[in-house]
Write a protein that binds this ligand. Structure first.
Ligand code: NAP
Length: 265
């Protein structure tokens, strides 16, 4: 596994992390055991960045992440999210405490605002985020689905901390962030956490066969290698089974030439 610095924090997170949307969604407990095993295998393979959210599976995603990492909490970097309608000051604090309880940890590494809410002043939300940092419940602050101007406003609303990351949708088949958010993140040294990097499982069929053969990769691995070709990007594919997790973890073992990345439609 390769690691990259998260924002300007000095923390190293894995280039390929683990997305946890949908973990715990099934009503069948046997599925949960498979998901926990897949998460543990990912961590074993060096994927230390685990992304979840209070919203995912109504909190069960956080609970299963907590179960999976119980014996090696210090080896992982847990990112979770507070969602609208919890962006008022006291609601942020309460939501964070509840996430911490479900995760069974004493702090969250990265606390992200899941979506901006224009109805709540960003200063109010950020003052709660800074309080959480001050009280040791959160180590770093991130945002998600923020435009460039929303990220600028979020940064300006902080008094003692920086925005470490912006989590946005980015995949071979969805490159819209390349127009503005990615160059902004590169310039400002904010990590772009690429979500849905496998296009929600609609694996691209368009990667040329000669590239797959040349680097001996699967189409999913080619997508992950492509999306993380910029040093400022890490990706968080979701894998509900061990085979997918292993395939994803080894996706950046081979880097393609710039010319070959350019050939990927
Ligand atoms: P994704 O990672 O693009 O795709 C996940 C799908 O791909 C699953 O169906 C998975 O199947 C399949 N898959 C995984 N590895 C594979 C492989 N090697 N070969 C073939 N199929 C493979 O989609 P996502 O779950 O939407 O996004 C990933 C993460 O991003 C989420 O889990 C979440 O943490 C985050 N996210 C954040 C936001 C936000 O608003 N911030 C929004 C969406 C997602 P199996 O489960 O069967 O392995």
């Amino acid at each position: 596994m390769e690691y990259r610095q998260l924002g300007r924090t000095g923390e190293k997170v894995s280039v390929i992390g683990i997305g946890c949307w949908g973990i715990g969604l099934s009503k069948d407990r046997r599925d949960w055991a498979g998901e926990v095993a897949s998460l543990r295998r990912g961590v074993e393979l060096g994927m230390n960045l685990i992304d979840t959210a209070e919203r995912y599976s109504s909190g069960r995603s956080e609970e299963l992440v907590g179960e999976a990492i119980r014996d090696f909490r210090d080896d992982v970097f847990i990112a979770t999210k507070v969602a609208p309608p919890n962006l008022r000051h006291d609601a942020v604090i309460k939501a964070c405490k509840e996430s911490i309880r479900r995760l069974g940890v004493s702090y969250v590494d990265l606390y992200q605002i899941h979506w901006p809410d224009p109805a709540v002043p960003i200063k109010e939300t950020m003052s709660a985020m800074e309080r959480l940092v001050q009280d040791g419940m959160v180590r770093y602050i991130g945002v998600s689905n923020f435009s460039v101007s929303e990220t600028d406003n979020a940064r300006a609303a902080l008094t003692r901390n920086e925005i470490a990351s912006n989590q946005v949708e980015y995949a071979l088949t969805n490159r819209s962030v390349e127009a503005d958010i990615l160059p902004y993140c590169v310039r400002e040294k904010i990590t772009l956490i690429a979500y849905s990097p496998l296009a929600h499982g609609r694996i691209a069929r368009s990667v040329p066969n000669d590239i797959l053969r040349k680097y001996d990769v699967t189409p999913a691995q080619a997508m992950l290698s492509w999306v993380t070709r910029n040093e400022q990007v890490v990706a968080i594919p979701k894998a509900g089974n061990i085979e997918h997790q292993e395939e994803n973890a080894s996706s950046i073992a081979v880097r393609f030439s710039a010319a070959d990345y350019g050939k990927m439609p």
